[in-house]
Design a protein around this ligand. Structure first.
Ligand SMILES: [Zn+2]
Length: 254
């Protein structure tokens, strides 16, 4: 199979390694800083145009490397989360936020219901469909979402380096935490810097919980994945850790 057949691109969903053999389905909702021309940059100030408010720096690159390492399919968003945050349902106030941390998003102020619906149809629904398709094509799939977070938030420095986030189904997160000391030379914490109460587990809820699929959300502090070498190193560590945790979880279920 050539690369073209193995990759598909929708307006807001890029699917890589579509024919991969692993049961793991990688998802990166905040992979892109792209704001389509029609949105005029959402009125963002220049200093915020490439900031973590717009995307998760480094996360897409880490996820792509993990896709190769694990031989797993990867579904990535192609537009900024400020256009539509694919890790939020359409009714969530922060699906198209007019403010993110300290960043004002003038282009999202006072959106009409029709404008919100148009963005949902254009950006959320194709992404949601691509994730659902990737899961449906696998037997007993494992959903892993890959994110990055900023080292300083609202002026507070964050010590956590890797966050293992879960919703009601804790099986894979439990296995990752049990293996963390052995596999990850980093400060690993459960449900930090966010948790389900912050609304960040939408993709897990939407795609994994109902089907009973193993699932987890991984958050990497973005100063640890600032260049390609660091991204590859982190991706390899995460891939090895995830592989062991999936095996341990499946073994425990027998
Ligand atoms: Zn994110």
């Amino acid at each position: 199979m050539n690369q073209l057949e193995n990759t598909s691109v929708d307006r807001n969903a890029e699917v890589q390694n579509a024919q991969a053999v692993s049961p793991v389905v990688l998802v990166c909702e905040h992979a892109s800083s792209e704001i389509p021309l029609e949105f005029n940059g959402l009125g963002l100030a220049d200093e915020h145009r490439n900031s973590h408010a717009v995307w998760d720096p480094g996360a897409g690159s880490v996820a792509r490397r993990m896709s190769i390492r694990l031989d797993a399919v990867l579904v990535s968003a192609r537009v900024s989360r400020l256009v539509y945050d694919c890790n939020r349902p359409p009714h969530a106030p922060d699906a198209m936020p007019d403010k993110s941390e300290i960043v004002e998003v003038p282009g999202n102020r006072g959106l009409s219901d029709a404008e919100k619906t148009a963005r949902t149809v254009a950006f959320y629904e194709p992404f949601r469909a691509a994730v659902a398709t990737a899961l449906a094509r696998r037997t007993d799939p494992v959903l892993i979402t890959v994110h990055s977070f900023t080292p300083v938030y609202h002026g507070q420095k964050r010590d956590v380096e890797i966050g293992v986030l879960h919703d009601r189904d804790t099986r894979l997160a439990d296995a990752l935490m049990a293996l963390a000391d052995r596999c990850m030379p980093h400060v690993v914490r459960r449900n930090e810097p966010y948790g389900a109460g912050d609304g960040v587990t939408h993709t897990l809820q939407e795609h994994a919980l109902a089907g009973g699929f193993l699932n987890v959300m991984l958050e990497v502090r973005n100063d640890l994945i600032a260049d390609e070498a660091a991204q590859y190193k982190m991706a390899d560590l995460l891939s090895d850790w995830v592989s062991r945790a999936v095996v341990a979880t499946r073994a425990g279920a027998c």
